[in-house]
Design a protein around this ligand. Structure first.
Ligand code: LLP
Length: 421
């Protein structure tokens, strides 16, 4: 459930009409609902209630400072994958002891920054990384808490580009090699082994891959403990999917996922960490755009919007579906006709949807892409010198711009022309 509903024939974000925000900030823009973010975070809290746990929101899904601040104040930890994300989490007031650092390519500088600023744990993904982290920690006179990310070779049955737990994916250390890697980690002077980490993919709509992976992790924990390693934490990653297409069957709920966690690893007495991103932020965001033109093509009707692939790249990149809704509620029984929904960018991949049934819409009308709160703004670019679009947060009956639209001068003045040219 989210808080984007029609009221008096107008789409609202909580108690604020989208039309009012559009008049204040112009289109296109991203609109987030604080109540939805809060609700989704609490769903995970409920799912893991009674277990020692920390929900480390995956910052990559939506890293706006207002979003991080809201979640941090609710008690969330953060999963970060770069020095930049680490700095964002700290700037949002999240203490280092609630931040886990993931990713296959951490640099020594990033390790240093996180060790200096405070870190809950590094999820290490390779031997060279592990050895470097130990060296950096020794240089700094400290020890780095680590979990080793294992690759369980489980197929998450999701989109090819966002599957991460099969042996052909670049992530983690093959589970069969884990004992030797933990044996080396235990010998390295700059490391303190605290746990095991796994993340098998994103937009999972089936719990069985989780069950399979977590069962393997539980077996591994028993093996490692028998070998003398004090495994006290399990980072189980993120990945739970969201309903992008309201007409489809809904994916499993966090409560069902929590049950899988209990069933598979509950008996180990470990502190549980999870790293949800999409489920927290995805359906808490709407991308609002205006219709520039409706163009009649050869046997097709194009709806040309002022939002484009540079603002929301998921349809172009993954063929992803986002529900598209008019901001003015269509009258009951109104005739729906197919539209190809496109942006102004000069390539054909700038297509949000083909033959999408839409009520009659025309120049200047507002529409909203649902489920755009995760992997939307964070993946945007200024391709075609289209300024990054504003982000707005709504809470109850008020809203605030949480990232403003830059003007052209700001964009142009970031470049410098060498004097010798
Ligand atoms: N933890 C790790 C180590 C990850 O790599 C990811 C996502 C997450 C947690 C969070 O997964 P989530 O709960 O959000 O599914 N750009 C793609 C998604 C890429 C996901 C990358 N890793 C998309 O738009 O679908």
């Amino acid at each position: 459930m989210d808080h984007f509903l029609y009221r008096n024939g107008q789409l609202h974000a909580e108690d604020v009409s989208i039309d009012e925000i559009a008049r204040a900030v112009g289109t296109p823009f991203y609109c987030y609902s604080a109540a939805t973010l809060t609700r989704h975070f609490h769903l995970f809290e409920e799912a893991l209630a009674g277990m020692d746990h920390l929900i480390c929101y995956s910052v990559k899904a939506n890293s706006n400072q207002a979003v991080l601040t809201l979640l941090g104040r609710l008690g969330a930890g953060m999963d970060v994958v770069s020095g930049g994300e680490y700095a964002r989490a700290r700037a949002a007031g999240v203490p280092g002891e609630r931040i886990v650092f993931s990713g296959v390519g951490k640099t020594r500088d990033e390790m240093r920054a996180a060790l200096a600023g405070g870190i809950r744990q590094f999820n290490v993904e390779s031997l060279p990384e592990m050895r470097a982290l130990s060296e950096v920690a020794v240089e700094m006179g400290t020890r780095a808490p680590v979990a080793v990310r294992i690759n369980p070779d489980v197929d998450a049955r999701t989109h090819e580009k966002i599957s991460t737990g099969r042996k052909e994916d670049k992530f983690g250390i093959p589970i069969a090699r884990a004992p030797e890697v933990y044996a080396e980690a235990a010998q390295l002077p700059g490391l303190e082994v605290v746990g095991v980490d796994v993340h098998i993919g994103s937009q999972l709509t089936d719990l069985e891959p989780y069950r399979a992976a977590y069962t393997l992790v539980a077996d591994l924990v028993e093996t490692l403990r028998a070998q003398g390693h004090a495994i006290r934490r399990l980072d189980l990653g993120g990945g739970l999917g969201i309903p992008y297409e309201r007409s489809n069957a809904a994916p499993p709920l966090p409560l069902d996922y929590g049950q899988v966690v209990r069933d598979t690893v509950g008996h180990l007495g470990c502190e549980i960490e999870i790293e949800p991103g999409r489920l927290v932020a995805g359906n808490a965001g709407l991308l609002v755009a205006s219709v520039i033109w409706v163009k009649e093509g050869e046997g097709r009707r194009f709806l040309i919007l002022d939002a484009a692939m540079n603002d929301l790249i998921r349809p172009a990149m993954y063929g992803a579906w986002h529900d598209l809704v008019p901001v003015v509620e269509p009258a009951p029984g109104v005739e729906m006709t197919p539209h190809d929904v496109v942006g102004p960018v000069c390539e054909s991949s700038d297509t949000f949807a083909r033959a999408r049934p839409m009520p009659p819409v025309g120049e200047g009308d507002l529409v909203g892409f649902r489920s755009a709160g995760a992997y939307g703004a964070v993946m945007s670019s200024e391709y075609n010198t289209r300024p990054l679009i504003p982000e707005v947060m709504v809470s109850g009956d008020h809203f605030a711009v949480i990232r403003r639209r830059p003007d052209f001068d700001e964009i142009i003045n970031r470049d410098t022309v060498p004097e010798w040219l």
